[in-house]
Design a protein around this ligand. Structure first.
Ligand SMILES: [Cu+2]
Length: 135
């Protein structure tokens, strides 16, 4: 019967589609670099532009990298005010962000810059400014 033949074709097609989808999924994990993270160097050159999102209680990501000459933008997406307060350096001045405000800093010197939010004591972050050669 024609109908029966069509059904088995569709079944075979469905199995094939699932197999393709499965292969597609299983190829994802290797694309995530396993090493690389954090301050250990490696992982390729630092980006020229980075956005740090401010949630209600944290800087996300708390530690980030940017190339010398690059810009970090803090984006307060929360409904709370925050500050971006330098700790132990003068790369920028204490800055307050009301809700939904942004603030950006361009970094000209390779170094590690710690900062905090003075409103929320456990909100801290670090910007690692890297020379292109450091990659
Ligand atoms: Cu805060």
């Amino acid at each position: 019967m024609a109908g029966k033949g069509a059904d088995s074709f569709m079944n075979r097609f469905a199995v094939l589609a699932m197999a393709v989808a499965f292969v597609g999924c299983s190829s994802d994990p290797p694309t995530n670099p396993g090493g690389g993270g954090g301050g250990g160097g490696g992982g390729g050159p630092a980006p020229d532009e980075v956005t740090v999102t401010m949630t209600e209680t944290s800087f996300t990501p708390a530690t980030t990298r940017v190339a010398v000459g690059g810009t970090v933008t803090w984006d307060n997406t929360s409904s709370a005010p925050h500050t971006v307060t330098p700790q132990g350096h003068t790369e920028w001045e204490n800055h307050s962000l009301p809700e939904e405000a942004t603030f950006d800093v361009t970094f000209d010197t390779a170094d590690s810059y710690d900062y905090e939010c003075t409103i929320h004591a456990n909100m801290t972050g670090t910007i690692n400014v890297e020379e292109p050669d450091d990659a």
